[in-house]
Structures are given as C-alpha cells and as structure tokens.
Write a protein that binds this ligand. Structure first.
Ligand code: PGA
Length: 259
C-alpha cells in the first residue's frame, strides 16, 4: 500500500530567518504528523537547505532541493550539481517544474538529463509534468502527458527498483487558485499510472507515488487525497504558512486512515 507524501514547494520564498523559523515550528509538529503513512517534505531555496537540515536533523521532516543542474561539477556559473546535493544527503529534488519549463525553457530532454543525474547519486526526483490550459482545451492532455513521460523517463529503467515520485501539476492550476476538480486530477493520474503499467510493469505502477499539485489548500486537500490515484500533494502557496501546512498534514493523516 502506498503512503502519502505531502511536499511543500517554497519556490523563491523565505529568507534564512524565515526558513529557520518555519523549520523550528514544523519540527514541533512533525512527530505528531509524520507516520509510516504520511511523509513530510519541504523544499526551501538552495542556500538555506543546510540551515533547515541542521534544525530538522532529529526530525522525520525530509528536505528537497527545487532543481538541479544537468551538468557535472565544473564551469557552470550559478548552477548546483547532483553530486553537491548528494553531499548534503538530500533525499529528494524537484525536477521539471512548469515554472522551470516556462521561464527557463526546460525541455523534456533536459529534464531527462537531470533525472538521470539525480538517480546516479541516489536522490529521488520529484518529476513534475502537466498540460497547459490551451492543451487541455484542445483535448491534448493525454498526448502531452505521453510526451512528457516518454521524454522525461527515456533510458530510465524503473523496473530495477529506482525510486522516483511523479507530480501531476496542470499548469493552469498552479498559483492561479483554479484547482483541478478531484475527478480531473484522478483521471489524469490514473492515466499516468496506466502509462507506467504499459511501459514498465504493474508492480512499478503500483509502487510509484503520483502527487497532485496546483492550488492545493486546506479546504480542498481532503477530496483530492481521497482519490485512489492521488498519493499526496506538491503544494506551493499554501505550504508557506505553518498553520496551513500543518492543517494539511493533519488532513493527510485522517484521509490515510480512512483510505
Ligand atoms: P501552488 O503551486 O500550490 O501555489 O499552485 C504548486 C506548485 O507549483 O508546485
């Protein structure tokens, strides 16, 4: 049975003090909310990962980087390599977020190269994908998912036990307040799971976590997490306030008990 993963994607928010403050507050709640059925992850910006890690070292809260370079260490000003992230023993790294695809022209090939780099050093990628509004309106959602899955996972053999988390994030629902209905999210995520079954195996499809992301908030998370193919959430805006984030962790615990 898959557990739920509740990940806070902080994007470019919180300075070092705010990061420390949040990490301390979350640490106080974490023992209550982190269980074998609910995993807690936060993704602060690069420079404050170590600081958050220090504070959270005896806590079940796990950390993710928000991106990684596709290059090896070397002359790539401004970039951070997978080996550097691995030296921090980070368990997770977000890859292929729509904001990276949109503002930094990241292609499926680049996303694939990043996934491969992370897997090589033992970091679990949180691989984001999803359609834009015009693609949904043109009934191209499944085609887009096909292309992103195929391109992103090229040469990655998930059958050998490689762990990756997939995050379905319809671009039109990110930061817009327009959440996908639980049915829309479930449909897309069932499609992704079926794709994994067709292209890898039933075992892989049953094992991998598929998160939903896009305007998840305390008042809509219950219904989303209750869907059979939604194994957690990647949460932007609503993960920035400790009271909202912990409310969602509490809900996850409740849903997981009932699911
Ligand atoms: P949002 O962002 O929750 O603010 O819509 C989600 C994401 O971008 O991962």
């Amino acid at each position: 049975m898959r557990h739920l993963l509740i990940a806070g994607n902080w994007k470019m928010n919180k300075d070092v003090y705010e990061t420390q403050h949040f990490a301390k507050a979350l640490k106080d709640y974490a023992d209550k909310y982190a269980t074998p059925k609910v995993e807690i992850v936060i993704a602060p910006v690069y420079p404050f990962l170590s600081s958050a890690q220090q504070i959270l070292k005896d806590s079940p809260v796990r950390l993710a980087a928000q991106d990684v370079s596709a290059h090896e260490d070397g002359a790539f000003t401004g970039e951070v390599s997978a080996t550097m992230l691995a030296s921090l023993h980070l368990p997770y790294c977000i890859v292929g977020h729509s904001e990276r695809r949109q503002y930094h022209q990241e292609t499926d090939d680049l996303v694939n190269a990043k996934l491969i780099k992370l897997l090589k050093v033992g970091i679990n990628p949180i691989f984001c994908l999803g359609e834009r509004l015009e693609q949904r309106e043109a009934n191209e959602t499944y085609q887009v998912l096909d292309t992103q899955l195929k391109g992103g996972l090229e040469d990655i053999n998930l059958v050998t036990g490689v762990e990756i988390v997939i995050a379905y994030e319809p671009v039109w629902a990110i930061g817009t307040g327009k959440v996908a209905t639980p049915q829309q999210a479930q449909e897309a995520q069932a499609y992704i799971r079926n794709w994994l079954e067709q292209n890898y195996s039933t075992k892989v499809a049953e094992r991998l976590l598929i998160l939903y992301g896009g305007s998840v908030k305390p008042d809509n998370i219950t219904e989303l997490l209750s869907q059979p193919d939604i194994d957690g959430a990647l949460i932007g805006g609503a993960s920035l306030k400790i009271e909202h984030y912990t409310a969602m962790l509490e809900t996850a615990g409740q849903v997981r008990k009932d699911k």
